[in-house]
Design a protein around this ligand. Structure first.
Ligand code: BES
Ligand code: MN
Ligand code: ZN
Length: 495
C-alpha cells in the first residue's frame, strides 16, 4: 500500500473513493457538507431517509454522486463528536479500511482535515490511518493452495489537518505504515506452523534483516556456542528436540557507539508441547504461537531499521522447541544457568523463563539503557487479563510507567502487576538456588519474579503477552501485539 498527503478538498479530489465522517444523529461533518453542497444534497437526502445514523463503526458506499470528482463516497459513522477519542478514531478507520477491502476501489482518500480527536494530536490520527489500513488488510494464505485475492486498494491519501505542516504529516504517515507492516510481519511469523517456523527459520528471518538493512548486524549462536557461554538453562529446553536451539542477536546501529542500547528480548519457543510435563491435547496446536514474543522483536527490529531510528537497539531472540524425548529434561533435573545460579526444573512446561533467563544474562554485556522482554509466558496472564491487556512487570517504576503510557497511546494496552518479595519467596528450592515454578497461585507474578533474578544489573520490564498475542476460536490467529507498544517505546527514546 502507498500512502500520501493530499490537500485538495473532499468535493474536488479525484479518487476512486472519498471517505467522510457522519456524526451521531446523522450529522454530516464539514467534509460531508462540502460534498452535499455541490451534489444537489445527495448526502442530506440519504441521511433523511434514515438509512445511515452515523453510529461509530458504521460504513456505507454512495455511488454516482453528482458534482464531485470521486467515483464513490464512503460514509463513516463517527458516533458522538464530542466523545470522539483515540479508540473511536481507530474503530472508525478500521471500519473504513474493511469496507475498502470489500470494494473494488484501487485508491482512496480520507477527508479528515476538520476532525478533532479529544485525547490525541493530528499526527497520531494521520499515522493511524496508515497503521490501521495495513493491519486490516492482512490475510494469511501461505499454507493454503488457494491464494487470497490481492487487496484492491493500493494507494491511500489523507487530507492534512488544518494547521499541520506537510513534512510532519508525511513523517507521521510513514511511521504509521512501518508500524502497521511490522504488526503484520509479527502476525505472519506467529501464524506459520511449527514445522515451518523452527528456531533456524527465525534465525533466517533475522539474517534477512541484516541483508536488507545497512544499520542491522545479525549474529546467530549455535548450541555449541551457547554451551561455551554456560547457557545450561536455555539448552535444557531444546535437549528433547531434534531442532537445535538458536540465540539470535540483531543489532541496529542508529547512534554512535557510546550511546547505550535499548534491548528487546523475545521468547521464541517455536512449539511448546510442555516437554515431559506434557500439555493436555486440547488446543495444543495453539502452542505454535509460543514464539510470538520473538516475532514481535524481529518485526520491531525491521521497523526500527526502516525508520532509521537515531538510537542503538538490540533485539535478542531465544529460540527453541520444547519436546519430550529420551534426552529431554525431566522434572527434578537441576541445571546451571549462564549467571551461575542453579535451577531446579520442577515442571518442564515452565520453559519460557528457562530460555529467557540465559538471554537476560547474555545481554548484560551490552550495558543496556533498558531491557524489555516479551513472552507468551503464563496461562495465568490469560486468566487475569483475558485477551485485552498485556501483563507488565518491572524492576523500575519509571520504565513501567512509560511502557504503560506507550500501550495506552497505541491502543495496545499493558497493565502492571507487583514484583514483591512475598512472591519471590515462592520460588524456593530444597535442592537448587531457585525453582522454575512458584506453585499454582499468582503464576504471572512468580514467573516475573523468576526472570527478575536474572535482570538485576539493568532497568528491566517484562511483558507477558500470553493473552494478547493471538486470538482463539473462529478468529484464531496472531494479533501482532505488542509491536505497536514497542515501537512507541523506541520512538520516544533519544540517543
Ligand atoms: N507457553 C505457555 C504459556 C501459555 C499457556 C500461553 C496457555 C498461552 C496459553 C508456557 O510455556 C507454559 O506452559 N506455562 C505454564 C507454567 C506453569 C507450568 C508454571 C502455565 O502457564 O501453565
Ligand atoms: Mn510451557
Ligand atoms: Zn511456553
Amino acid at each position: 500500500m502507498k500512502f500520501s498527503i493530499k490537500s485538495s478538498s473532499a468535493e474536488k479530489i479525484s479518487t476512486d473513493c472519498v471517505a467522510v465522517i457522519v456524526w451521531n444523529k446523522a450529522t454530516p461533518s464539514e467534509e460531508a457538507r462540502a460534498i452535499d453542497g455541490v451534489s444537489s444534497k445527495a448526502i442530506s437526502k440519504l441521511l433523511r431517509s434514515g438509512d445511515f445514523a452515523g453510529k461509530l463503526g458504521e460504513s456505507l458506499f454512495l455511488h454516482g454522486v453528482a458534482g464531485i470528482n470521486a467515483r464513490r463516497v464512503l460514509l463513516l459513522g463517527g458516533g458522538d463528536k464530542k466523545k470522539f477519542n483515540g479508540k473511536s478514531a481507530s474503530k472508525l478507520l478500521r471500519a473504513g479500511a474493511k469496507a475498502l477491502c470489500k470494494s473494488n476501489a484501487s485508491n482512496a482518500h480520507f477527508a479528515l482535515a476538520s476532525v478533532k480527536v479529544s485525547d490525541r494530536d493530528s499526527a497520531w490520527l494521520i499515522s493511524r490511518v496508515a497503521r490501521d489500513s495495513e493491519d486490516v488488510s492482512y490475510r494469511y494464505d501461505t499454507t493454503k493452495s488457494k491464494k487470497n485475492k490481492p487487496v484492491p486498494t493500493k494507494a491511500i491519501s489523507v487530507a492534512p489537518p488544518s494547521g499541520s505542516r506537510r513534512k510532519s504529516a508525511e513523517a507521521a504517515l510513514k511511521r504509521g505504515q512501518s508500524v502497521g507492516r511490522a504488526v503484520n510481519r509479527a502476525k505472519q511469523l506467529g501464524n506459520l506452523p511449527g514445522n515451518i517456523c523452527t528456531p533456524s527459520y527465525l534465525a533466517k528471518q533475522a539474517q534477512n534483516l541484516d541483508k536488507r538493512h545497512r544499520s542491522i548486524t545479525t549474529r546467530v549462536l549455535t548450541e555449541k556456542q551457547m554451551q561455551r557461554l554456560g547457557m545450561g538453562s536455555l539448552l535444557s529446553v531444546s535437549s528433547g528436540s531434534a531442532e537445535e536451539a538458536r540465540l539470535i542477536v540483531m543489532q541496529h546501529k542508529g547512534a554512535n557507539t557510546q550511546s547505550k542500547p535499548h534491548v528487546l528480548v523475545g521468547k521464541g519457543i517455536t512449539f511448546d508441547t510442555g516437554g515431559i510435563s506434557l500439555k493436555p491435547g486440547s488446543a495444543m496446536d495453539e502452542m505454535k504461537f509460543d514464539m510470538c514474543g520473538a516475532a514481535s522483536v524481529i518485526a520491531t527490529m525491521g521497523a526500527v531499521a526502516e525508520l532509521k531510528l537515531p538510537i542503538n537497539v538490540i533485539g535478542v531472540v531465544a529460540a527453541a522447541e520444547n519436546m519430550p524425548g529420551s534426552k529431554a529434561t525431566k522434572p527434578g533435573d537441576i541445571v546451571t544457568s549462564m549467571s551461575g545460579k542453579t535451577i531446579e526444573i520442577l515442571n518442564t512446561d515452565a520453559e519460557g523463563r528457562l530460555v529467557l533467563c540465559d538471554a537476560l544474562s547474555y545481554v548484560e554485556r551490552f550495558k543496556p539503557k533498558t531491557v524489555v522482554d516479551i513472552a507468551t509466558l503464563t496461562g495465568a496472564a490469560v486468566a487475569t487479563f483475558g485477551s485485552h491487556v498485556t501483563a507488565l512487570l518491572s524492576n523500575n517504576d519509571a520504565l513501567a510507567k512509560s511502557l504503560r503510557q506507550c500501550g495506552e497511546k497505541t491502543l495496545d494496552p499493558a497493565w502492571q502487576l507487583p514484583l514483591w518479595d512475598e512472591y519471590q519467596s515462592m520460588l524456593k528450592s530444597n535442592f537448587a538456588d531457585i525453582a522454575n515454578i512458584g506453585g499454582p497461585r499468582a503464576g504471572t507474578i512468580t514467573a516475573g519474579c523468576f526472570l527478575s533474578r536474572f535482570a538485576e544489573k539493568y532497568h528491566w520490564a517484562h511483558l507477558d503477552i500470553a493473552g494478547s498475542a493471538w486470538n482463539s476460536g473462529v478468529r484464531k490467529g496472531a494479533t501482532g501485539r505488542p509491536v505497536s507498544l514497542l515501537m512507541e517505546h523506541l520512538l520516544n527514546q533519544k540517543a
